[in-house]
Design a protein around this ligand. Structure first.
Ligand SMILES: C[S@@+](CC[C@H](N)C(=O)[O-])C[C@H]1O[C@@H](n2cnc3c(N)ncnc32)[C@H](O)[C@@H]1O
Length: 391
């Protein structure tokens, strides 16, 4: 493909991404793959170049742009070489017309910028939300003997973490095949340490998904005790057992929950858990580095739905915790509505609980918990609070 044809491809894919963002349709990655599936003439360097353009345009535009062309023009405004590709030649974008619409460059939609600012995130920290995420792995102590890595990687804020440049083919390493390493953001690893899960304990991971944090909890427990991994999404939860097997985790049991009737499926755990992790469904504002398109899909109503769901899941979790036990609230969001305010509202609803000060070795205090940010900590953005049920 010529550079001009690549630019035109990026515009067409961006049009599909914009339409899908409006209709809550397929994610950008899928649309990208679909577009190239029917263009067999394109090679891997074409895909790479078009992907770069598409994602750079998504990062550049805060609001959902009117068209793919307007989005790419926003990028071209800062890049004369890209602007020169709009030359109207065969397969190229049409020449730029004077006064034609250009999408506005911004970190996020205005309402979200306002909410992030109100949540104490300055302009530089907001910009860092759209940087490039590194590739972090967690060394699995259950398979330490097999952790022979071709490259040592750099240390991270998480004790078992190692950092590599994006694109490092860690999944092809023998250590990965042997389960001695897991791909996991250092922040994600660090929030697991807030659970302080101990060998022999009874622990619930209420929103386990495919088990990224479950595996870290099992390793902290040295495979001793009981670990119940729940989720309301059958497909996600079904990915956990094979991952556990590869990682040598033997104590994780999975349980599919019925969204809205979670407590009914957990009566056997009432007042019994030493610790419950609620890695709650959230807006994901802390993971825009990996998924910048997410900010085009969020609106105030969706945020309201998520905060209500989080509050409900925290209440479900609280009923499982034994007196003296702990509840860890985690969101990969930097909005106070989902983090500090959510924890505060929980404490107001449950006078027999208190917040326990957390020392994670990274992050900054925010309300009753700690917040990690890409700008300050070099991790995905997280809020984590440890809450304790009084005896
Ligand atoms: C942030 S993700 C969890 C990620 C996972 N803990 C990990 O480390 O990979 C939130 C999860 O909450 C789950 N979820 C949504 N509604 C739920 C509900 N009512 N009960 C339990 N889990 C729910 C979602 O399916 C999703 O997997």
């Amino acid at each position: 493909m010529t550079p001009q044809a690549r630019a035109q491809a990026a515009i067409e894919i961006l049009d599909a991404v914009i339409a899908a963002a409006r209709s809550r349709g397929a994610p950008a990655d899928r649309l990208f793959t679909d577009w190239f599936r029917t263009r067999r003439f394109a090679g891997s360097s074409d895909r790479r170049a078009v992907r770069e353009l598409v994602y750079a345009a998504i990062r550049t535009c805060g609001e959902v742009p009117a068209t793919g062309r307007a989005a790419l023009l926003a990028l071209a405004g800062e890049d004369p070489a890209l602007a020169a590709l709009f030359d109207g030649s065969r397969h190229a974008p049409a020449a730029i017309a004077p006064g034609e619409p250009v999408a506005v460059r911004a970190v996020a939609p205005a309402w979200l910028v306002e909410a992030l600012t109100a949540s104490g995130l300055g302009a530089a920290e907001q910009l860092a939300l759209l940087g490039r995420a590194p590739l972090d792995i967690r060394l699995n102590p259950l398979k330490a003997a097999l952790a022979d890595l071709p490259e040592p990687g750099a240390p991270t804020v998480a004790p078992l973490g190692r950092r590599f440049p994006p694109g490092t083919p860690v999944e092809q390493w023998e250590a990965y095949r042997a389960g001695a390493i897991e791909v996991q953001d250092a922040g994600s690893q660090l929030v697991c340490t807030a659970v302080a899960a101990q060998p022999g304990e009874r622990v619930v991971d209420l929103c386990a998904g495919a088990g990224g944090k479950t595996l870290a909890l099992a390793a902290a427990m040295d495979n001793r005790g009981s670990l119940l991994a729940c989720d309301a999404d059958r497909a996600r939860l079904s990915r956990l057992p094979p991952r556990a097997e590869r990682a040598g985790v033997t104590i994780a049991e999975t349980r599919l929950l019925d969204g809205g009737r979670e407590a009914a499926a957990l009566t056997d755990w009432q007042d019994r858990a030493d610790a419950v992790l609620v890695d709650a469904p959230c807006s994901g504002t802390g993971t825009w580095r990996r998924n910048p398109e997410a900010r085009w899909r969020l609106d105030p109503r969706e945020l309201e739905r998520l905060t209500a769901l989080q509050a409900r899941l925290l209440d479900v979790a609280a009923a499982l915790v034994r007196p003296g036990g702990r509840l860890v609230h985690v969101v990969c969001s930097l909005l106070d509505a989902e983090g500090a305010d959510q924890a505060e509202r929980f404490l107001a609803r449950h006078p027999d609980w208190r917040a326990v000060p957390l020392t994670l070795g990274a992050g900054r205090a925010r309300g009753a918990g700690v917040r990690l940010t890409p700008g300050h900590d070099g991790t995905d953005g997280f809020f984590v609070a440890r809450l304790e049920r009084l005896c």
